[in-house]
Design a protein around this ligand. Structure first.
Ligand code: CMP
Length: 130
């Protein structure tokens, strides 16, 4: 698992002691092409990092983005404490890493670089919603 995490830019910058903590928290998930990971309006227990594959982000029937290897999604509802603002469905078979709400928030509090990367993306994505 540590080799997997080190290859993912989201985690690569973390020191070994933090990676050891993350290893205990991250889970791997696999979905086939054409699968709905979650729907707009769902409540939000997890955020996701794409290890391999492509997903599509759809809001009100409009495709907002396609995200592939190393991108993350599902962070907005965790940061804002709101419901999912879009549906995410798989385009290809995907391998995902998932992190629970509290572990994700703790990771951001303890790692300013990750917090600023996530905040940057949240602002950019929020601007694209309207
Ligand atoms: P969340 O609101 O938890 O669930 C839907 C996810 O889609 C959202 O978090 C983001 O991760 C992602 N998302 C929303 N808007 C965009 C966008 N414009 N570009 C890329 N991803 C987005």
């Amino acid at each position: 698992m540590i080799e997997i995490l080190k290859k993912i830019p989201f985690f690569a910058q973390l020191p070994k002691k933090d990676l050891d903590v993350i290893i205990a928290q991250v889970k791997m998930d696999y979905f086939p092409a054409g699968y709905t990971v979650f729907r707009q309006g769902d409540s939000a227990p997890l955020m996701y990092i794409i290890k391999r594959g492509t997903v599509r982000v759809v809001r009100d029937g409009r495709v907002l983005a396609e995200l592939s290897d190393n991108a993350f999604f599902g962070e907005m509802a965790l940061v804002s404490n709101e419901r999912r603002n879009a549906t995410v469905e798989t385009v290809t078979d995907v391998e995902l890493l998932t992190l629970g709400r509290d572990d994700f928030k703790n990771l951001m509090s303890a790692n300013p670089d990750i917090a600023s990367m996530v905040s940057y993306e949240v602002v950019r994505r929020a601007n694209a919603l309207s």
